[in-house]
Write a protein that binds this ligand. Structure first.
Ligand SMILES: Nc1ncnc2c1ncn2[C@@H]1O[C@H](COP(=O)(O)OP(=O)(O)OP(=O)(O)O)[C@@H](O)[C@H]1O
Ligand SMILES: [Mg+2]
Length: 429
């Protein structure tokens, strides 16, 4: 029989071509891209090509978006637009299903309609579009088991929307696992939306909206985020990555020891002008002895241990200050200078801008730095002081480190109520 060549009327843009190539070589891919890049069109076309190029018989593919309506309006139209020339192609409009003449099948879903409809089949390729709006249970409980039969692939696509959603979790997972593909496409880099149009969008969107939708900044959606912009920049500059502890330099720690709240210790090294956050410790309901043990168990050569001034407060039960208790446990605290919180935030911002973070060991610390924010006061029309929540303890510890280090670097030392000497209980510098 004579072969007939069918041309699909789709010419990928550069970014789309790059995405297709990555999908060919990776099982799991996370694509974070600005609005209107052509994510959905690329995803549908990749599935269409897969139907004909994959070697297995009876290919099963699924495209999933947050709502059935959206799936029908956008993706289903793309499916029909790009497959209508294929002889023998069949559509089921009710089920949004497309049957290819070679036995391959592509079904489109909206998770709001019936997520369980996805169960009961194996899948060779699944696309989850607008993942930031999809419940985090869908992939591990419904999709992942269905991919296991034939080692199916999965593409996650989305645009950032704060750090409290599944896209952000997937982004962190993909960055930490070299077998996953992960790429961010910013509008300022792809040149898909022209400069004039971008300028118009900038004028008509808030700074946060623009950064979120066009520049793919995760922290932008956290209204009033204090360090979000800096963390997004560090992330874009690849400064949130794997950091190896440099044994040639001491490790300093900075503490925020709540009584009722979570206690936090951050570990960092100062090497030249750069600060490397290499580790972090967080625990509720534990006192100094637990932290002292954990610090000792870590194989670091310590420099200074910085603590807030309330470390000098005496405990009614034994008359000792926490600094004295710490001393008995082998930790010689240096008290941080007492500065106004806002001044501390300013100094911290400057320190963060020259910092690196270990992506895995400092994962919660990074999340906290993104999340730390001020509340918008509707009555007074301004952002109030930082909100006291889970993230503030981490950021307080970092602030203690920043102000102490700045004082140290400037050659000044805050007055200490205990004599200081260079003796180190856990090893010399
Ligand atoms: N390769 C291409 N060639 C020409 N036009 C394209 C191409 N890819 C996408 N487009 C056009 O760009 C627009 C956006 O495409 P698409 O819906 O795939 O983008 P998206 O990134 O999913 O957008 P959104 O962020 O709104 O979901 C559409 O009008 C589409 O027709
Ligand atoms: Mg889309």
């Amino acid at each position: 029989m004579k072969e007939k060549i069918i041309t699909i009327p789709y010419t990928p843009r550069d970014a789309q071509r790059e995405i297709h190539n990555a999908l060919d070589t990776h099982r799991y891919s996370v694509i974070i891209a600005h609005r209107r890049l052509g994510k959905s069109m690329a995803a549908i076309n990749h599935l269409i090509r897969y139907a004909f190029t994959h070697s297995m018989p009876n290919i099963r593919m699924a495209y999933i978006s947050p709502t059935f309506k959206q799936t029908k309006q956008i993706a289903w139209d793309y499916v029909k637009q790009f497959t209508k020339q294929i002889p023998g192609i069949k559509y089921n409009e009710t089920e949004l299903r497309c049957d290819f003449p070679n036995g391959a099948r592509l079904t489109l879903y909206g998770v709001d309609a019936n997520p369980d409809a996805l169960r009961g089949s194996y899948y060779d390729f699944v696309v989850m579009d607008e993942v930031q709006l999809i419940n985090e249970d869908v992939f591990p409980t419904v999709i992942l088991p269905a991919l296991a039969d034939r080692k199916g692939k999965c593409l996650f696509v989305g645009t950032p929307m704060s750090t409290r959603n599944y896209l952000y979790e997937l982004y962190k997972k993909a960055k930490a696992d070299p077998s996953w593909h992960c790429k961010i496409y910013k509008a300022s880099e792809t040149n898909i939306i022209d400069k004039f149009e971008l300028a118009q969008l900038k004028q008509n969107m808030t700074d946060e909206e623009y950064r979120q939708e066009l520049e793919c900044d995760f922290s932008a959606a956290i209204n009033g985020s204090i360090y979000g912009k800096i963390i997004d920049k560090l992330d874009a500059d690849n400064r949130i990555t794997k950091i190896n502890y440099d044994i040639g330099y001491p490790v300093h720690t900075a503490w925020d020891l709540g009584i009722a709240d979570e206690g936090i210790v951050v570990f960092f090294q100062e090497i030249g002008r750069q600060i490397y956050f290499i580790d972090c410790l967080a625990k509720s309901g534990e006192g100094l002895p637990w932290f002292a043990k954990e610090i000792k168990n870590r194989d670091y050569v310590y420099g200074k241990h910085f603590a807030p001034h309330d470390i000098e407060v005496r405990d009614f039960s034994n008359g000792l200050s926490r600094r004295e208790v710490a001393y008995q446990l082998g930790i010689r605290f240096q008290v941080a200078p007492k500065l106004a919180v806002e001044e501390g935030i300013h100094i911290t911002s400057m320190m963060l801008a020259r910092s690196y973070f270990d992506q895995q060991k400092c994962e919660v610390l990074i999340d906290a730095l993104r999340h730390y924010h001020r509340k918008w006061s509707v009555n007074n029309k301004h952002f109030s002081k930082p909100t006291h929540d889970w993230s503030s303890h981490f950021c307080d510890a970092v602030r203690i480190g920043a102000v102490s280090l700045t004082e140290n670097t400037a050659g000044k030392k805050p007055p200490q109520s205990m004599a200081q000497n260079e003796y180190q209980v856990f090893g010399a510098n």
